[in-house]
Design a binder for this molecule. Structure first.
Ligand SMILES: CC(C)(COP(=O)(O)OP(=O)(O)OC[C@H]1O[C@@H](n2cnc3c(N)ncnc32)[C@H](O)[C@@H]1OP(=O)(O)O)[C@@H](O)C(=O)NCCC(=O)NCCS
Length: 333
């Protein structure tokens, strides 16, 4: 069995396997998903956390195509594996296992810090595949991609972090402002860039690889509408009576009904106002839930979000920087 970068002659074989993923993910559209995978093979220009994608294939002794896996290189020196698929004719023969073992060898050589994957709780073979390869279940997210099932987040470290850091900075501003005098507005690239920069500076404490390009990519994404396929984003800014910003949130709709709202910065009334507006906007568009990340040691912010109705779902270990764990919270809308 060979493990090689996919050749374009196998793109059609890959495409034929994709419809099966629709079983686990609402909103799965095969042709669009294929374009996203294949045309982003070199460089992912739309994802602000994804740096590049690579697709590898497993070939049999006669060079027959047996399966493929997509590697998504992320900021913070991590790689997300997925999708991984084996042609139904060849399943149950260790090919999935062979691909995972090959990936781990390759990524260890590349000095990648963490490898992770997500699977639907209903996808028993995929869950087993990661569990048996040594991945650890970190978080369970209910109805993340589909009603009635959970999404599992699996993590694998070549070397576990030896020190766990407490947060020095917070996305929660303890200062208060008059709730009635706040307005939640759309991000204005003319006036709000500096404020966005300030918030990105805060998250740099627990994110590696935040370059000036990161800021540009977020702002550019606000011009792409609110389509998860084009990775469009919405930025809201809360302003006080003097038109000064008191809070900001970046919202990114995802496949299957969830909206990532991260980073979300502000004091209590600003956050409350932004969540209220996000709920209205995304509920109308048919989305089910909002989810966000908070530094796992930021108890005050976590409690504040719980007070707003969020549920704490667990902790992702060092997702963006070694030793900085993030709590995951979600809110059904
Ligand atoms: C998940 C998938 C890639 C596994 O590929 P595979 O080549 O059949 O898997 P393997 O034969 O290497 O088996 C790997 C592990 O999965 C488990 N497994 C495989 N098929 C299974 C099944 N039908 N039921 C339960 N466990 C199963 C085995 O326990 C095995 O662990 P072990 O080697 O320690 O015993 C394959 O089932 C597939 O393509 N599924 C459809 C696509 C998909 O859902 N991908 C995941 C989404 S990201």
């Amino acid at each position: 069995m060979k493990f090689t970068k996919i050749s374009s002659s196998h793109h059609l074989c890959l495409k034929k396997l994709l419809p099966e993923l629709g079983k686990f993910y609402d909103g799965h559209e095969n042709a669009k998903f294929f374009d996203q995978l294949i045309n982003k093979d070199k460089k992912d220009n739309n994802g602000y956390f994804t740096i590049k994608k690579e697709i590898w294939s497993a070939l049999g002794d006669m060079d027959e195509f047996c399966g493929f896996v997509c590697l998504n290189y992320k900021r913070g020196n991590t790689v997300k594996i997925g999708p991984i698929m084996v042609d139904p004719k060849y399943r149950g023969n260790g090919i999935g296992r062979f691909m995972i073992t090959s990936i781990l060898k390759k990524l260890e050589k590349e000095k990648i810090r963490k490898v992770y994957a997500t699977t639907s709780s209903e996808n028993v073979p995929a869950c087993k595949l990661f569990q048996n390869a040594g991945f650890r279940l970190e978080v369970e997210l209910p109805e993340q991609y589909r009603v009635g099932n959970k999404e599992y987040i699996w993590g694998y470290f070549f070397e576990s972090p030896t020190v766990i850091f407490l947060n020095k900075r917070s996305l929660f501003d303890p200062n208060s402002s008059e709730e009635g005098n706040l307005q939640v507005k759309d991000f204005n690239p003319e006036t709000d860039v500096e404020y966005l920069q300030k918030i990105i500076k805060i998250i740099k404490e627990w994110h590696d690889d935040i370059t000036p390009n990161f800021l540009r990519q977020i702002i550019d994404a606000t011009n792409r509408g609110l389509d998860f396929e084009t990775k469009g984003k919405l930025i809201l800014v809360t302003k006080d009576i003097n038109n000064l910003p008191t809070g900001l949130v970046v919202a990114a709709p995802k496949r299957g009904g969830s909206v990532k709202i991260y980073p979300m910065y502000g004091n209590t009334p600003s956050i409350e106002g932004m969540i209220g507006k996000l709920r209205r906007i995304f509920k109308e568009k048919g989305y089910r839930k909002l989810y966000t990340f908070v530094h796992a040691s930021d108890d005050r912010y976590i409690q504040q979000l719980i007070n707003f109705g969020f549920c704490l779902r667990g902790t992702i270990l060092s997702p963006y920087k070694s030793g900085h764990d993030l709590a995951v919270l979600d809110l059904f809308i």
